[in-house]
Design a protein around this ligand. Structure first.
Ligand SMILES: [Zn+2]
Length: 384
């Protein structure tokens, strides 16, 4: 470990100058690319285990069976539905060992992909990650969000080995619900603002106690640029289930740049507030990226960003079908809810302490109320 860190009341502050960058070994994206899974994967082994999200099991199995040339590889298939918890990792590992597989292919949404990362670590299999939507920054991050079996978030955990290949089939992505794509935009939009906060506050990225390399910063900024240039036209195309150049760009932003951006740039207020909001039961039916999107507005209020910048983002979020008020993430702006949110944001996760401004309960509460008021005023002006 080349960096040094110091745990203080205000979080983890970097005291060294070491910088670090991490990424998957390879990323391939394009229409129909999933059908090359055996061709690409046979470089790593010849006994495949497909771990498939139960929601897309039939359609994916059909695609696997349709591949004529399997490059001499055998395969087993397992369906998964559940939490990314260590008990499930242990159970899946026991089943996987019986197959004696050497290539694990995780296919589906964030939880399946995260558990596939941990399972590959546990069983020492090569790992291919195949997201079936562009809904979050999970696929390209060598990092897993670990929960209890009941679904309570415990921690983020870096994986021991890097993903050998992230394989993205843009035809599969545009056939997923558009809401997932919007949520991915929300998650990815926060990437640059959080990386910048970590940079300004001198707080660590997600690799360890390190600063971001310049490449990590550049990736985070480019993620934002792509979304602003192509986000809305891409979303329009996804609603029509067509792959356009804008769609390809935004898939790359939502999956690759957002994933690399958060691992290398670091997380801060947007995800910190998200972790606080997720303790309110009404919020649970909203997607990760939807909640992060409103968390971004709170982060900007906390940082005293220029009103014109916040208004511009409110418009973009609204145009992307993303929430701009507490109500739109299922949370009533009551004293009790605010107390729960700020308690968890401040004291149960480190991310808010990556902000370059002082934080305490009063300050956080004010930022949330301010963000909600801005969002409500914005909606009122729209006449909604
Ligand atoms: Zn995220």
């Amino acid at each position: 470990m080349g960096g040094t860190q110091e745990l203080s009341r205000s979080g983890i502050l970097l005291t060294g100058t070491s910088r670090a960058f991490g990424c998957p070994s390879k990323y391939i994206q394009g229409p129909g690319e999933f059908l090359n899974v055996f061709k690409y994967g046979s470089r790593f082994g010849n006994r495949f285990l497909f771990l498939i999200d139960s929601g897309v099991y039939d359609i994916i199995l059909e695609k696997i069976e349709s591949v004529e040339d399997k490059c001499g590889c055998s395969y087993e298939v397992m369906s998964f539905l559940g939490e990314c918890c260590m008990e499930n990792v242990a159970e899946l590992a026991e089943a996987a060992r019986k197959f004696d597989s050497n290539v694990l292919v995780g296919i589906g949404g964030g939880k399946v992909l995260d558990i596939a990362k941990l399972l590959a670590d546990e069983t020492d299999m090569s790992r291919i990650i195949v997201p079936t939507s562009a809904s979050s920054d999970a696929p390209a991050a060598d990092w897993a969000a670990v929960y209890t079996r009941e679904g309570v978030h415990i921690s983020g955990r870096p994986t021991r080995r890097s993903t050998e290949l992230v394989l993205v089939d843009s035809e599969i992505i545009v056939n997923a619900p558009a809401r997932l794509f919007s949520a991915g935009i929300g998650d990815a939009l926060a990437t640059w603002f959080e990386a910048k906060a970590c940079l300004d506050a001198c707080t660590p990225n997600c690799i360890g106690p390190y600063r971001s390399c310049r490449v990590g910063t550049a990736v985070s900024r480019e993620c934002y640029n792509i979304l602003r240039e192509d986000g809305l036209s891409a979303l329009r195309a996804v609603k029509a289930h067509i792959v356009t150049p804008a769609v390809e760009n935004v898939i790359e932003a939502n999956i690759l740049l957002s994933g690399l951006g958060f691992i290398n740039g670091g997380l801060a207020g947007s995800h910190g507030f998200h972790n606080g909001f997720s303790n309110i039961p009404g919020c649970k039916k909203y997607l990760h990226g939807e909640v992060v999107a409103f968390g971004l507005i709170c982060q900007l209020c906390l940082e005293n960003a220029a009103p014109a910048e916040i208004n511009d983002l409110l418009q973009f979020l609204h145009d992307s079908d993303l929430p701009v008020t507490l109500e739109q993430i299922g949370i009533e702006c009551s004293e009790e809810n605010l107390e729960t949110i700020v308690e968890h944001t401040l004291n149960h996760n480190i991310l808010i302490h990556h902000e370059p401004v002082p934080v305490n309960k009063k300050i956080l509460k004010a930022a949330i109320i301010d963000a909600d008021k801005l969002g409500r005023d914005f909606m009122e002006n729209l006449g909604k």
